[in-house]
Design a protein around this ligand. Structure first.
Ligand SMILES: *[C@@H]1O[C@H](CO)[C@@H](O)[C@H](O)[C@H]1NC(C)=O
Ligand SMILES: *[C@@H]1O[C@H](CO)[C@@H](O)[C@H](O)[C@H]1NC(C)=O
Length: 362
Protein backbone atom coordinates (compact mmCIF):
# COMPACT_ATOMS: atom_id res chain seq x y z
CA UNK A 1 0.00 0.00 0.00
CA UNK A 2 2.75 2.35 1.07
CA UNK A 3 4.86 1.46 -1.99
CA UNK A 4 1.87 1.97 -4.30
CA UNK A 5 1.36 5.46 -2.87
CA UNK A 6 5.05 6.16 -3.25
CA UNK A 7 5.03 4.96 -6.82
CA UNK A 8 2.11 7.25 -7.64
CA UNK A 9 3.93 10.22 -6.11
CA UNK A 10 7.05 9.48 -8.13
CA UNK A 11 5.03 9.17 -11.33
CA UNK A 12 3.16 12.41 -10.53
CA UNK A 13 6.45 14.18 -9.82
CA UNK A 14 8.05 12.91 -13.04
CA UNK A 15 4.96 13.87 -14.99
CA UNK A 16 4.98 17.41 -13.72
CA UNK A 17 8.71 17.77 -14.46
CA UNK A 18 8.03 16.51 -17.93
CA UNK A 19 5.14 18.93 -18.36
CA UNK A 20 7.47 21.78 -17.32
CA UNK A 21 10.16 20.71 -19.79
CA UNK A 22 7.66 20.39 -22.58
CA UNK A 23 5.99 23.68 -21.68
CA UNK A 24 9.34 25.43 -21.92
CA UNK A 25 9.79 24.07 -25.39
CA UNK A 26 7.02 26.09 -26.92
CA UNK A 27 4.23 28.27 -25.57
CA UNK A 28 1.61 26.10 -27.23
CA UNK A 29 2.67 22.75 -25.75
CA UNK A 30 -0.30 20.89 -24.26
CA UNK A 31 0.97 20.84 -20.68
CA UNK A 32 -2.19 19.33 -19.27
CA UNK A 33 -1.96 16.32 -21.55
CA UNK A 34 1.68 15.85 -20.54
CA UNK A 35 0.72 15.66 -16.88
CA UNK A 36 -1.33 12.53 -17.50
CA UNK A 37 1.10 10.62 -19.65
CA UNK A 38 4.77 9.67 -19.98
CA UNK A 39 4.28 8.65 -23.59
CA UNK A 40 6.45 10.83 -25.84
CA UNK A 41 4.79 9.73 -29.04
CA UNK A 42 2.32 12.62 -29.04
CA UNK A 43 5.18 15.16 -28.81
CA UNK A 44 7.84 13.51 -30.89
CA UNK A 45 6.51 12.85 -34.31
CA UNK A 46 8.83 12.20 -37.20
CA UNK A 47 8.38 15.14 -39.50
CA UNK A 48 11.03 13.80 -41.87
CA UNK A 49 8.34 12.03 -43.83
CA UNK A 50 9.00 9.37 -46.38
CA UNK A 51 10.51 11.03 -49.44
CA UNK A 52 8.98 9.72 -52.66
CA UNK A 53 12.43 10.13 -54.25
CA UNK A 54 14.04 7.53 -52.02
CA UNK A 55 14.35 4.18 -53.73
CA UNK A 56 16.57 2.04 -51.52
CA UNK A 57 19.25 1.87 -48.85
CA UNK A 58 23.03 1.66 -48.78
CA UNK A 59 24.44 -0.31 -45.83
CA UNK A 60 28.06 0.17 -44.75
CA UNK A 61 29.48 -2.41 -42.33
CA UNK A 62 32.57 -4.29 -41.26
CA UNK A 63 32.57 -8.05 -40.85
CA UNK A 64 33.68 -9.79 -37.65
CA UNK A 65 37.18 -10.94 -38.59
CA UNK A 66 37.59 -8.47 -41.45
CA UNK A 67 38.07 -4.84 -40.37
CA UNK A 68 37.41 -3.22 -43.75
CA UNK A 69 34.56 -1.24 -45.34
CA UNK A 70 31.87 -3.43 -46.97
CA UNK A 71 28.85 -2.15 -48.92
CA UNK A 72 25.42 -3.78 -48.99
CA UNK A 73 22.52 -2.60 -51.17
CA UNK A 74 18.87 -3.14 -50.31
CA UNK A 75 16.80 -5.44 -52.48
CA UNK A 76 14.53 -2.80 -54.00
CA UNK A 77 13.06 -0.43 -51.45
CA UNK A 78 13.00 -3.02 -48.64
CA UNK A 79 14.63 -1.57 -45.52
CA UNK A 80 15.65 -4.93 -44.03
CA UNK A 81 16.63 -6.96 -47.09
CA UNK A 82 20.22 -6.56 -48.36
CA UNK A 83 22.73 -8.04 -50.78
CA UNK A 84 26.52 -7.69 -50.63
CA UNK A 85 28.02 -5.42 -53.29
CA UNK A 86 31.38 -6.06 -54.98
CA UNK A 87 30.83 -9.83 -54.62
CA UNK A 88 31.37 -9.47 -50.90
CA UNK A 89 34.85 -7.92 -51.19
CA UNK A 90 35.69 -4.67 -49.35
CA UNK A 91 35.07 -1.28 -50.97
CA UNK A 92 37.90 0.26 -48.93
CA UNK A 93 40.84 -1.06 -46.92
CA UNK A 94 42.83 1.34 -44.76
CA UNK A 95 46.44 1.88 -45.76
CA UNK A 96 47.30 3.91 -42.65
CA UNK A 97 47.28 3.43 -38.87
CA UNK A 98 46.53 -0.11 -37.70
CA UNK A 99 45.45 -1.11 -41.22
CA UNK A 100 42.02 -2.06 -39.88
CA UNK A 101 38.77 -0.11 -39.67
CA UNK A 102 35.83 -1.07 -37.45
CA UNK A 103 32.46 0.64 -37.00
CA UNK A 104 32.37 2.34 -40.43
CA UNK A 105 29.60 4.92 -40.70
CA UNK A 106 28.42 6.81 -43.78
CA UNK A 107 27.55 10.47 -43.28
CA UNK A 108 25.44 12.37 -45.82
CA UNK A 109 26.66 15.90 -46.43
CA UNK A 110 24.77 18.71 -44.69
CA UNK A 111 24.22 22.38 -45.54
CA UNK A 112 25.98 23.30 -48.80
CA UNK A 113 27.27 19.70 -49.08
CA UNK A 114 23.78 18.12 -48.97
CA UNK A 115 23.36 15.74 -51.91
CA UNK A 116 26.92 16.54 -53.08
CA UNK A 117 29.28 14.98 -50.58
CA UNK A 118 29.41 11.86 -48.42
CA UNK A 119 31.93 10.77 -45.82
CA UNK A 120 32.78 7.40 -44.32
CA UNK A 121 34.50 7.52 -40.95
CA UNK A 122 35.51 4.66 -38.67
CA UNK A 123 37.60 3.34 -35.78
CA UNK A 124 41.33 2.80 -36.36
CA UNK A 125 41.56 -0.69 -34.83
CA UNK A 126 42.78 -4.05 -36.06
CA UNK A 127 42.11 -6.26 -33.04
CA UNK A 128 43.95 -9.17 -34.68
CA UNK A 129 47.20 -7.25 -34.13
CA UNK A 130 46.64 -6.11 -30.53
CA UNK A 131 44.58 -6.97 -27.43
CA UNK A 132 41.39 -5.43 -26.01
CA UNK A 133 43.40 -4.19 -23.00
CA UNK A 134 46.25 -2.61 -25.00
CA UNK A 135 43.86 -1.08 -27.53
CA UNK A 136 42.04 0.80 -24.75
CA UNK A 137 45.21 2.02 -23.01
CA UNK A 138 47.33 3.10 -25.96
CA UNK A 139 44.91 2.79 -28.86
CA UNK A 140 44.64 5.12 -31.82
CA UNK A 141 43.53 8.70 -31.10
CA UNK A 142 42.56 9.17 -34.73
CA UNK A 143 39.59 8.42 -36.95
CA UNK A 144 39.68 7.13 -40.51
CA UNK A 145 37.99 9.35 -43.12
CA UNK A 146 37.16 8.71 -46.78
CA UNK A 147 35.08 11.07 -48.92
CA UNK A 148 33.07 10.86 -52.11
CA UNK A 149 31.00 13.08 -54.40
CA UNK A 150 29.10 10.17 -56.01
CA UNK A 151 29.13 7.20 -53.56
CA UNK A 152 31.27 5.36 -56.15
CA UNK A 153 34.71 6.94 -55.94
CA UNK A 154 36.02 7.01 -52.37
CA UNK A 155 39.13 9.17 -52.11
CA UNK A 156 41.39 11.14 -49.78
CA UNK A 157 41.79 8.42 -47.16
CA UNK A 158 43.13 10.04 -44.03
CA UNK A 159 43.68 9.31 -40.37
CA UNK A 160 42.93 12.44 -38.35
CA UNK A 161 43.83 12.77 -34.69
CA UNK A 162 40.82 14.03 -32.73
CA UNK A 163 41.59 13.16 -29.09
CA UNK A 164 44.05 14.33 -26.43
CA UNK A 165 47.09 12.27 -25.44
CA UNK A 166 45.48 11.40 -22.06
CA UNK A 167 42.82 9.46 -23.97
CA UNK A 168 43.15 5.68 -24.18
CA UNK A 169 41.35 5.22 -27.49
CA UNK A 170 38.87 6.70 -29.97
CA UNK A 171 36.06 4.24 -30.62
CA UNK A 172 33.10 4.21 -32.98
CA UNK A 173 33.21 7.75 -34.37
CA UNK A 174 30.00 8.98 -35.98
CA UNK A 175 28.77 12.38 -37.11
CA UNK A 176 25.52 14.23 -37.58
CA UNK A 177 24.81 17.56 -39.26
CA UNK A 178 23.98 20.13 -36.58
CA UNK A 179 21.48 22.56 -38.15
CA UNK A 180 21.94 25.04 -35.29
CA UNK A 181 25.73 25.23 -35.75
CA UNK A 182 25.80 24.49 -39.50
CA UNK A 183 28.70 22.09 -39.01
CA UNK A 184 29.11 18.36 -38.46
CA UNK A 185 29.07 17.23 -34.84
CA UNK A 186 31.53 14.31 -34.69
CA UNK A 187 31.45 12.09 -31.60
CA UNK A 188 33.25 9.01 -30.28
CA UNK A 189 34.00 7.14 -27.03
CA UNK A 190 37.18 7.55 -24.95
CA UNK A 191 38.49 6.86 -21.47
CA UNK A 192 41.22 8.92 -19.83
CA UNK A 193 44.42 8.45 -17.81
CA UNK A 194 45.89 11.01 -15.45
CA UNK A 195 48.42 13.39 -17.04
CA UNK A 196 51.24 11.93 -14.90
CA UNK A 197 50.46 8.40 -16.16
CA UNK A 198 52.04 9.00 -19.56
CA UNK A 199 52.27 5.27 -20.37
CA UNK A 200 48.61 4.68 -19.40
CA UNK A 201 49.42 1.77 -17.08
CA UNK A 202 47.15 2.93 -14.23
CA UNK A 203 43.39 3.02 -13.74
CA UNK A 204 41.47 5.03 -16.31
CA UNK A 205 38.27 7.05 -15.98
CA UNK A 206 34.93 5.65 -17.06
CA UNK A 207 34.31 5.72 -20.80
CA UNK A 208 32.43 8.80 -21.96
CA UNK A 209 31.27 10.27 -25.27
CA UNK A 210 33.44 13.06 -26.64
CA UNK A 211 32.76 15.44 -29.51
CA UNK A 212 34.26 18.00 -31.88
CA UNK A 213 32.90 20.11 -34.73
CA UNK A 214 34.14 20.08 -38.30
CA UNK A 215 33.15 21.49 -41.68
CA UNK A 216 35.39 19.25 -43.79
CA UNK A 217 36.54 16.24 -41.70
CA UNK A 218 40.07 17.64 -41.95
CA UNK A 219 40.12 20.30 -39.24
CA UNK A 220 38.35 19.53 -35.97
CA UNK A 221 37.68 21.75 -32.97
CA UNK A 222 39.28 20.79 -29.63
CA UNK A 223 37.53 17.72 -28.19
CA UNK A 224 35.04 18.12 -25.36
CA UNK A 225 32.82 15.80 -23.35
CA UNK A 226 29.30 15.28 -24.69
CA UNK A 227 27.87 12.48 -22.52
CA UNK A 228 29.35 11.40 -19.20
CA UNK A 229 27.28 9.06 -17.05
CA UNK A 230 30.09 8.31 -14.57
CA UNK A 231 30.68 5.76 -13.20
CA UNK A 232 28.84 4.08 -16.10
CA UNK A 233 30.77 3.42 -19.29
CA UNK A 234 28.99 4.68 -22.43
CA UNK A 235 30.04 3.80 -26.01
CA UNK A 236 28.55 3.55 -29.52
CA UNK A 237 26.45 6.73 -29.71
CA UNK A 238 24.18 6.97 -32.77
CA UNK A 239 22.07 10.11 -33.34
CA UNK A 240 19.06 10.28 -35.66
CA UNK A 241 17.39 13.58 -36.60
CA UNK A 242 13.59 13.32 -36.55
CA UNK A 243 13.01 16.73 -38.11
CA UNK A 244 15.06 19.41 -39.83
CA UNK A 245 15.53 21.55 -36.76
CA UNK A 246 15.76 20.33 -33.23
CA UNK A 247 14.22 16.92 -32.56
CA UNK A 248 16.72 14.09 -32.21
CA UNK A 249 16.85 10.61 -30.73
CA UNK A 250 20.19 9.21 -29.61
CA UNK A 251 20.91 5.53 -29.07
CA UNK A 252 23.91 4.35 -27.05
CA UNK A 253 25.40 1.33 -25.33
CA UNK A 254 25.77 1.10 -21.58
CA UNK A 255 29.15 -0.67 -21.67
CA UNK A 256 28.89 -1.43 -17.94
CA UNK A 257 25.55 -3.27 -18.16
CA UNK A 258 25.87 -4.23 -21.87
CA UNK A 259 22.51 -2.76 -22.86
CA UNK A 260 21.33 -0.31 -25.55
CA UNK A 261 18.88 2.49 -24.75
CA UNK A 262 17.51 5.68 -26.33
CA UNK A 263 17.17 9.30 -25.23
CA UNK A 264 15.17 12.09 -26.92
CA UNK A 265 15.59 15.87 -27.25
CA UNK A 266 13.16 18.33 -28.80
CA UNK A 267 15.58 21.20 -28.08
CA UNK A 268 18.57 20.38 -30.24
CA UNK A 269 21.78 18.41 -29.81
CA UNK A 270 22.73 20.37 -26.68
CA UNK A 271 19.19 20.67 -25.36
CA UNK A 272 17.45 18.63 -22.66
CA UNK A 273 17.73 14.89 -23.20
CA UNK A 274 15.24 12.54 -21.55
CA UNK A 275 15.39 8.76 -21.27
CA UNK A 276 11.83 7.56 -22.00
CA UNK A 277 10.75 5.00 -19.41
CA UNK A 278 13.27 6.20 -16.82
CA UNK A 279 16.91 5.71 -15.86
CA UNK A 280 16.94 1.93 -16.22
CA UNK A 281 14.78 1.59 -19.33
CA UNK A 282 16.52 -0.27 -22.14
CA UNK A 283 15.70 -1.49 -25.64
CA UNK A 284 17.76 -4.68 -25.52
CA UNK A 285 20.63 -6.27 -23.60
CA UNK A 286 23.66 -8.13 -24.96
CA UNK A 287 23.89 -5.81 -27.97
CA UNK A 288 25.99 -2.88 -29.21
CA UNK A 289 26.53 -0.62 -32.21
CA UNK A 290 22.96 0.73 -32.60
CA UNK A 291 22.36 2.06 -36.15
CA UNK A 292 19.06 3.88 -36.74
CA UNK A 293 17.55 5.04 -40.06
CA UNK A 294 14.21 6.32 -41.31
CA UNK A 295 11.97 4.14 -43.45
CA UNK A 296 11.65 5.32 -47.08
CA UNK A 297 8.00 4.42 -47.45
CA UNK A 298 6.23 4.60 -44.11
CA UNK A 299 6.19 8.06 -42.49
CA UNK A 300 7.32 7.95 -38.88
CA UNK A 301 8.79 4.46 -39.03
CA UNK A 302 12.39 3.99 -37.84
CA UNK A 303 14.64 0.95 -38.24
CA UNK A 304 17.25 0.10 -35.65
CA UNK A 305 20.04 -2.43 -36.17
CA UNK A 306 21.43 -3.98 -32.99
CA UNK A 307 24.70 -5.91 -33.06
CA UNK A 308 24.40 -9.18 -31.13
CA UNK A 309 28.18 -9.24 -30.75
CA UNK A 310 28.17 -12.60 -28.94
CA UNK A 311 26.11 -14.22 -31.73
CA UNK A 312 25.43 -13.44 -35.41
CA UNK A 313 25.90 -9.65 -35.49
CA UNK A 314 23.24 -7.20 -36.61
CA UNK A 315 19.53 -7.98 -36.32
CA UNK A 316 16.90 -5.43 -37.44
CA UNK A 317 14.24 -3.88 -35.19
CA UNK A 318 11.55 -1.33 -36.01
CA UNK A 319 9.25 1.19 -34.35
CA UNK A 320 6.83 3.98 -35.20
CA UNK A 321 7.58 5.48 -31.78
CA UNK A 322 11.39 5.81 -31.82
CA UNK A 323 11.47 8.02 -28.71
CA UNK A 324 10.66 4.97 -26.63
CA UNK A 325 12.68 2.23 -24.97
CA UNK A 326 9.76 -0.22 -25.03
CA UNK A 327 8.10 0.16 -28.43
CA UNK A 328 10.59 -1.81 -30.61
CA UNK A 329 9.77 -5.07 -32.34
CA UNK A 330 12.03 -7.48 -34.20
CA UNK A 331 11.77 -7.17 -38.00
CA UNK A 332 11.79 -10.08 -40.41
CA UNK A 333 15.32 -11.44 -40.91
CA UNK A 334 14.42 -13.36 -44.05
CA UNK A 335 16.41 -11.01 -46.31
CA UNK A 336 18.86 -9.74 -43.72
CA UNK A 337 22.43 -11.10 -44.05
CA UNK A 338 24.07 -12.67 -40.99
CA UNK A 339 27.34 -11.52 -39.42
CA UNK A 340 27.18 -7.84 -40.37
CA UNK A 341 28.87 -5.85 -37.64
CA UNK A 342 28.62 -2.27 -36.33
CA UNK A 343 28.02 0.09 -39.26
CA UNK A 344 25.28 2.27 -40.67
CA UNK A 345 22.51 2.46 -43.26
CA UNK A 346 21.61 5.46 -45.44
CA UNK A 347 18.57 5.92 -47.71
CA UNK A 348 19.40 6.60 -51.39
CA UNK A 349 17.37 7.77 -54.39
CA UNK A 350 16.99 5.87 -57.67
CA UNK A 351 19.96 7.58 -59.38
CA UNK A 352 22.36 6.63 -56.58
CA UNK A 353 20.83 3.16 -56.20
CA UNK A 354 21.31 2.46 -59.92
CA UNK A 355 24.87 3.85 -59.87
CA UNK A 356 25.85 1.62 -56.93
CA UNK A 357 24.38 -1.44 -58.62
CA UNK A 358 26.01 -0.62 -61.95
CA UNK A 359 29.42 -0.21 -60.32
CA UNK A 360 29.45 -3.14 -57.90
CA UNK A 361 26.58 -5.27 -59.19
CA UNK A 362 24.57 -7.86 -57.33
C1 LIG B 1 19.58 11.68 -56.45
O1 LIG B 1 20.58 12.37 -55.70
C2 LIG B 1 21.68 12.80 -56.47
C3 LIG B 1 22.73 13.36 -55.53
O2 LIG B 1 22.22 14.39 -54.77
C4 LIG B 1 21.20 13.80 -57.51
O3 LIG B 1 22.29 14.20 -58.30
C5 LIG B 1 20.13 13.15 -58.39
O4 LIG B 1 19.59 14.11 -59.25
C6 LIG B 1 19.01 12.58 -57.52
N1 LIG B 1 18.09 11.80 -58.36
C7 LIG B 1 16.77 11.84 -58.23
C8 LIG B 1 15.98 10.92 -59.12
O5 LIG B 1 16.21 12.56 -57.41
C1 LIG C 1 12.58 24.87 -38.64
O1 LIG C 1 12.70 26.19 -38.18
C2 LIG C 1 12.26 27.16 -39.11
C3 LIG C 1 12.58 28.54 -38.56
O2 LIG C 1 12.39 28.58 -37.17
C4 LIG C 1 10.75 26.96 -39.37
O3 LIG C 1 10.28 27.88 -40.32
C5 LIG C 1 10.54 25.54 -39.91
O4 LIG C 1 9.18 25.25 -40.07
C6 LIG C 1 11.14 24.51 -38.97
N1 LIG C 1 11.09 23.20 -39.60
C7 LIG C 1 10.69 22.09 -38.95
C8 LIG C 1 10.72 20.83 -39.75
O5 LIG C 1 10.37 22.07 -37.79
Amino acid sequence: MLSTTLLFSVVALLSSCLALVLDNRSPSSPGTAAATSLDFSEYVTTTKLADANLAGYLGVFFLGADPYVYFYLSNGNDAVSFKALNKGSPIARPTKGTGGVRDPTIIPGGGAEAGKKWYIIGTDLNIGKTSWDASQRTGSKGIFVWESTDLINWVNERLVTVEESTGGMVWAPEAVWDPAKEQYLVHWASKFYSTSDTKHTGSPSNIRIRYAYTSDFKAFSAPQTYIDKAPTNIIDLDILALDDNSTFVRFMKDETKKTVFVEVSTTGLFGTWTRPGGASATIQSGVEGPAAYLDNKTPGKVHLLLDFYGADGYRPYESTNPASNSAWTASSRKGFPANLRHGSVMPVNQTLYDALRAKWGS
